[in-house]
Design a protein around this ligand. Structure first.
Ligand SMILES: *Cc1c(COP(=O)(O)O)cnc(C)c1O
Length: 383
């Protein structure tokens, strides 16, 4: 029995252990925020924003950001139908409605033309999720935001280290959010970050994250009902170590993708994550989309990978398909045909930092065997 190939696993070195140990031993009393403050300062420097607030999750960061923008009941927020649910749920937490639009067939990120078409008088924001490390069309989205007076929010949970024409993902919107969940490129176990250049928004989120207590106000006195999505000092210590290693963590993701590309890049019928000129893709999840003509299905893919002990992941289901957000599957299929079609014939490939060249070859062979088998079927049918 060969060893199972996991789809993701964090890269943890002596540095993370050292910082976490120090935080556990000494990070109390007057030192109880030391790693948190350092993590926030260094993360802001890394993405090039004025402010950063470390949180217990990306979900929490998004929730507070939407609340701080004053988004609430009766409002609409536009986002891609292809998304992790954590981007959409916070919209419902504040009482607003997610409006799903289709994705572009090559980047798998939201289609700016459809974003513009979905704007109504109730629209209050656009959320650009950089899927699997791929980049949204930021120039076009920011231009739409400017023309309609709508804030563009960046969900950069999957794209730490990606860059759009010199800008770090997460730094161009009114605010950006990041996730440090254990599956992400850098991790604190669980954790997230809120970043912004807007001082007033920063102040509101700081107060929201402290149960509505205004800095310098009376002790144990809240001015309004807030939240509590703070990260712990021990988690932040691990984050500081990961951030010191971020260039290497992203470089290794890119190296793994390059190996996949070398094996699969030239094969007819396969599309991998794109990297447009002027952008840098941090390739959180190397992903293969199979051509429709091959007739490959999601279940067929999963079965082929699991037979070889490979823990591949399904492409995100369209959120409308869950029917949890007030949109039926029938409407979703009509509005977002790419989101539905691509999800049915795509798969995320394993990409943890310590995986070997042999592991990558094993994964590629499954993909190549699948293509060959389906091509043979096609040839039989044609002759
Ligand atoms: C992982 C992820 C999140 C949620 O992150 P948590 O830290 O688990 O809350 C949000 N959005 C996207 C796109 C994600 O991939």
């Amino acid at each position: 029995m060969t060893q199972k190939i996991l789809y993701s696993k964090p890269s943890i070195t002596e540095l993370e252990v050292e910082y976490a140990t120090d935080a556990a031993r000494n990070g109390w009393g007057d030192q109880c925020y030391a790693y948190i403050n350092r993590f926030e300062k260094q993360f802001a420097e890394f993405v090039g924003t004025q402010y950063a607030i470390a949180t217990s999750s990306c979900t929490g960061a998004m929730h507070m950001g939407l609340a701080a923008l004053g988004i609430g009941a009766g409002d609409e927020v536009i986002l891609a139908d292809t998304n992790w649910i954590a981007t959409a749920s916070p919209i419902t937490y504040v009482g607003a409605t997610p409006v799903f639009v289709d994705i572009l067939p090559d980047t798998w990120c939201l289609d700016p033309a459809l974003v513009e078409a979905a704007i109504t008088p109730r629209t209050k924001a656009i959320i650009a999720t950089h899927l699997y490390g791929n980049l949204c069309e930021m120039d076009r989205l920011l231009d739409i935001g400017k023309r309609y007076g709508l804030p563009v929010i960046e969900d950069a949970a999957e794209a730490v280290g990606s860059r759009w024409h010199g800008h770090a993902t997460g730094s161009q919107g009114i605010f950006g959010t990041f996730s440090f969940h254990g599956t992400k490129t850098m991790t604190t176990g669980e954790g997230g970050m809120f970043v912004t250049n807007d001082r007033a928004l920063y102040d509101r989120v700081m107060t929201l994250n402290n149960h509505g207590r205004v800095p310098g106000g009376r002790q144990f006195w809240s001015d309004f009902i807030g939240f509590k999505y703070r990260i712990s000092n021990v988690q932040a210590a691990i984050g500081c170590a990961q951030l010191e290693r971020i260039d290497a963590l992203v470089a290794r993701k890119r190296e793994i993708f390059a190996e996949y590309q070398a094996h699969l890049g030239g094969i007819a019928g396969l599309a991998l994550n794109p990297e447009a000129p002027g952008t840098l893709n941090s390739y959180w999840m190397p992903t293969v989309v199979f051509d429709e003509a091959l007739g490959i299905t999601r279940d067929g893919l999963l079965a082929a990978f699991s037979r070889r002990g490979i823990d591949a992941r399904v492409f995100f289901y369209p959120l409308s398909q869950t029917e949890l957000f007030g949109t039926s599957e029938a409407t979703g299929r009509r509005n977002a045909p790419n989101s539905y079609a691509i999800a049915e014939r795509a798969i995320n490939l394993p990409s943890y930092h310590d995986m070997s060249r042999e592991n990558i070859e094993t994964v590629c062979n499954v993909v190549l065997d699948l293509v060959k088998a389906h091509q043979e079927t096609l040839t039989c049918l044609a002759s």
